[in-house]
Structures are given as structure tokens and as C-alpha cells.
Design a protein around this ligand. Structure first.
Ligand code: ADP
Length: 167
């Protein structure tokens, strides 16, 4: 049987922390589906199409990974894709409480789906999409924190957003 893992998230945008988790999961499972959430209530910087495109480009080097999108209940999506496990990343103790709650709720909804937690390299434990967006919007360096295509996309997004200097 081919073991299939689903790695859900907003990926707004995908970072090197996400990539680290994806590469680890790809070594453990036959197939990894990165499921980009289409959440109407959460305001994102990149559209769902852009987030998928950036994730596709950034994961080209990993053969057994595909990018998809989902909305609604995660366990329903996992069942529909015939996934065996949900992969989530754990950066610090601060992630634990929310992730623990989510994993147990998902188990309550669908007993047979296991949640697996993966820890990234320590250099990515402080990294989140939100912090990357904030640093990039303020003109700080995000070198080494995101894949090159995301670096370019963020740079373009914030250059466009900056009003030209009226002098
Ligand atoms: P974020 O919290 O960065 O906005 P997502 O909603 O896209 O990210 O997160 C999807 C999953 O990836 C979550 O389980 C989250 O804990 C995990 N994750 C996010 N950033 C990292 C990182 N730097 N290292 C490991 N896991 C991460």
C-alpha cells in the first residue's frame, strides 16, 4: 500500500520552514500532498492561485510531492484523497497547545487518521509566514528564510505596495 500524507496550511507564502517539513515527510511517505487552505475568513497576502504556484515552484526538486487546494473540513479532504496521515510542523512549545487541540479534534472527527508532527532544523524554529511578510514589508532581509521564487514574489509585492517618493 502506498502511504500518503497530507500537509495542510495557509502557505502564505511557503517558507524554508515549510520546505524542511515537506522534505522530511517526503522521506517517510510514498506521497505527500501539500494542501493549501482556501480560507475565506483569513485575509491572505497571496491569492490561493499564487500560493499554489509558489509552492509548486519551490517543491520541484521533491519528486513525490504534489500541491493541491482544499476548503472545508480537513478530515473530509484527507478521507477524499485517501490520506493516511496529517503532517504538521512543530516549531516551539507555543505551537503545541493549538496543534494538540487540533490533532485530538481531528481524531474525534475521524478516528483512523493519524497526525504526525515534525520538527524543522533549529534555524527555522522561529520562522513563520507572518514574520517573513512583516520583515519583507519593512524592507528587512529575508535571505535564507524563503525559497528564491518566494523571495522575488515578496520583493515585487512590497515594491509595488510602496508609494513612490514624492520628492
Ligand atoms: P504559518 O504558521 O507560518 O502561518 P501555516 O498555516 O502555513 O503557517 O502552517 C502550516 C503548518 O506548518 C503548521 O503545522 C505550522 O506549525 C507549520 N509550520 C509553519 N512554519 C514552520 C516552520 N518554520 N517550521 C516548521 N513547521 C512550520
Amino acid at each position: 500500500m502506498r502511504r500518503k500524507a497530507i500537509y495542510p496550511g495557509s502557505f502564505d507564502p511557503i517558507t524554508n520552514g515549510h520546505l524542511d517539513v515537506i522534505e522530511r515527510a517526503a522521506r517517510l511517505f510514498d506521497e505527500v500532498i501539500v494542501a493549501v487552505a482556501e480560507n475565506q475568513n483569513k485575509k491572505s497576502l497571496f491569492t490561493i492561485e499564487e500560493r499554489i504556484h509558489l509552492a509548486n515552484q519551490a517543491t520541484r526538486h521533491v519528486a513525490n510531492v504534489q500541491i493541491d487546494q482544499f476548503q472545508g473540513l480537513l478530515v473530509d479532504y484527507v478521507a477524499q484523497r485517501k490520506g493516511h496521515a496529517i503532517v504538521r510542523g512543530l516549531r516551539a512549545v507555543s505551537d503545541f497547545e493549538f496543534e494538540f487541540q487540533l490533532a485530538l479534534m481531528n481524531r474525534r472527527l475521524k478516528e483512523e487518521i493519524e497526525t504526525i508532527f515534525m520538527m524543522p532544523k533549529d534555524r527555522y524554529t522561529f520562522l513563520s509566514s507572518s514574520i517573513v511578510k512583516e520583515i519583507a514589508s519593512l524592507g528587512g532581509s529575508i535571505d535564507g528564510l524563503v525559497p528564491p521564487n518566494v523571495h522575488t514574489a515578496l520583493h515585487q509585492r512590497f515594491l509595488q505596495a510602496t508609494p513612490s517618493n514624492p520628492t
